[in-house]
Design a protein around this ligand. Sequence first.
Ligand code: GDP
Length: 330
Amino acid sequence: MVTFLAGGTGTPKLLSGAGDVFAPERTTVVANTGDDIELGGHLVCPDLDTVLFLDGGELDRETWWGIADDTAKTHDELHRLAAAADLPTGPQYLPADAQTSGRDIARHRRFSGVAEFMHIGDRDRAVHVTRTSLLDAGHSLTEVTRRLADAFGLERALLPMSDDPVATMIHTPQGEMHFQEWWVGRNGAPAVEDVEFRGGDRATATDAVLQALEDSVVVGPSNPVTSLGPMLAVDGIREALNETDVVAVSPFVENEVFSGPAADLMAGTGREPSTAGVAEAYPFADAFVLDSDDGTAIDRPIVRTDTTLDAEGASERVARAVADALAEVA
Ligand code: GDP
């Protein structure tokens, strides 16, 4: 049995071809939920949904989010209405008192649906409506995710990192904002002064996550700050990682990041934006998989291979390197 810790791009890419190395029915994926927001009353869970759509064979693999060939009639109409009514566009937080009332899971990350600032497809939205309605009926996010996984025919087990709210907030000179406002609403432009996992001090790992972390763990090539950071803020997860065999795949080749804002976020939180910085951020990792061109020295076993995940057969090759690294530390 093996457990992958996932954000929304690097680890799903690794999972996409890992099935012949790590049998899906013996694999659990724990997804970050710090990126989640409530938008127009619906809970959107981008990292959970990327895995849901990937394993359901529905993912838009151009963007690595959303459902391929989805329509966006409701999204377009939200923008048409806002323009016709002269309403504002862009990320709009609900008022301060609304951030801490209502359903607990959406604390500190409630946005208006007026001219919604995230692109939500029509079928994608149906997932959010179903999820939110089941949460309102009293089910935990873990239970709701299991239902959705059944609906999409998943063979891997998919778990949210916690049933408690953790909101990833980016502190910038323009003020503090949720990760999605910073990344989707403002293209990651405001300088990063700090990253806070609001609610993390009160969030606990679920029994399902703690059980999954008794197996060998693979930290995919995810963003160490905003994909792994929220998980490490949840009570019980770091301790569990210290106890089990962990292999991490670097999302860098030395100091070159493959994609996304990981370098800015690491620099903004006082870490070296590089594989060396990743190794420092993951003291619980027992071995690493690095790119063949990555000469970083780490005081733990290293398996090297080409870690670019886009080419045909690449993710299976990287998954084999992960299995080799696990075999070294087991
Ligand atoms: P997010 O939720 O979209 O931030 O997704 P993740 O945290 O799962 O993944 C983002 C990370 O994936 C970035 O830091 C990238 O450097 C990394 N990444 C993207 N493509 C590749 C790839 O082909 N190979 C490797 N090794 N890392 C990649």
